[in-house]
Design a protein. Structure first.
Length: 174
């Protein structure tokens, strides 16, 4: 009888284990967008194109990045390294999260031949800055909404830079 009870318990445990599939750990959160406002600003006149409407610069090979001084849009188009679904455009307006999309022709091709930004420099317009680090990665960040993207040799991604949690400070009794 004891043997049958032990056998029944083992069978029940195996059956229950199969009823609850293992749960995988959640995917790690994307890295935060580096703050391009920390980079040295460049003279925007050197990068002004499209009749003064855009500040434009070259990113990774074949990629053109733009800050639109009329409508506040910013983005990069061209062969974006590691972009989801082979997207060739990442862009955002002044109040929205950047998104990856695919267009028939590069959206910012009308900028023509544009200059690259030197490493660790940036262009900015209002609350948006785009800069290039010493690896050639472009980071664009909208500081008002803490959203942005990275387009670089190691890949491309969008992210929301959540503010750090606020730790309450204990007030000593009076």
């Amino acid at each position: 009888m004891l043997r049958q009870t032990a056998f029944t318990a083992v069978v029940a445990a195996v059956a229950l284990a199969g009823a609850f599939p293992a749960v995988a750990d959640p995917a790690p959160a994307p890295a935060p967008i580096p703050n391009p406002f920390a980079y040295m600003p460049v003279n925007p006149a050197t990068y002004t194109v499209n009749g003064g409407r855009w500040f434009a610069f070259a990113g990774p090979p074949g990629v053109v990045c733009v800050l639109d001084t009329i409508n506040g849009e910013y983005g990069c188009s061209g062969p974006l390294p590691g972009a989801p679904g082979g997207a060739n455009l990442v862009s955002a307006g002044p109040n929205v999260m950047p998104v990856f999309t695919t267009t028939e022709s590069p959206k910012y091709a009308t900028a023509g031949a544009v200059l690259p930004l030197p490493p660790n420099t940036r262009l900015s317009y209002r609350q948006v800055a785009c800069g290039v680090d010493d690896t050639g990665a472009v980071a664009c960040l909208n500081t008002r909404d803490q959203v942005g993207f990275v387009v670089g040799p190691q890949g491309s991604f969008v992210a929301f830079n959540a503010p750090p949690p606020v730790t309450p400070v204990a007030t000593p009794p009076a």
